[in-house]
Design a protein around this ligand. Sequence first.
Ligand code: DC
Length: 236
Amino acid sequence: MRDRFIIAIDGPSGAGKSTAARLLAKRLGYVYVDTGALYRAVAWKVKEKNIDINNEVMLNNMCDATDIKIRLIDGEQKVYVDGTDVSSFIRTPEIGMMSSSVSSVSCVRKRLLELQRQFGKDGGAVIEGRDISTVVFPDADFKFFLNASIEERGRRRYNELKEKGMDVALEDTIVDIKKRDYNDSQRNIAPLCVAEDAVVIDSTGLDAEGVVEKMLKEIKKRQRIFKAGCSMMSFI
Ligand code: DC
């Protein structure tokens, strides 16, 4: 077990991953990484450049020619594409749907894999996404899968978009989430699924504090078991 852990959080849209991950990272003094923002950044550039996502050669060339960076500023993740801060532009429902489509293309996933691994290489990171526990960090120290009822996930996403001043309807938001759930879990490469060794948390009816309390409890429990195992080994 590392001194500073890699904590992976996966789950579908609206399960509360970002808020919980940010809060958990703050409590532990770790960095927080929202990997969905990277797929959204690619989708933003695809839209800007009017790239046909079915044309994998063009998409590959675009990925090769694109510089994507993320920075943590006052605990908030900022995303830059070729030097432009796109953090607020990537949060629209349209970019959300597009990011789900581009994320099923292998050259995109390949391009973003190494970038994601850079963030966790020294430990001390809470990283959230869809395939963190299964593909990006299969050896993460702690793995959580966060879920919630479709109604609650729809309501959360709807409230988030409304707070940002977007003109959206709850029913449409739920339809979008269902489509993304389908795309993200049925794609051939790195589909959204529960890792064998992940702890599943249902966040329905829980706020971010409640979710983080459950995670911290699990982390402490596993640390106790690990320490007990180590002292048994030194005894043997
Ligand atoms: O978490 P989000 O809604 O910002 O993610 C946007 C899309 O990016 C999501 O629909 C699927 C994709 N994604 C992915 O395929 N793998 C990840 N690790 C994170 C996101």
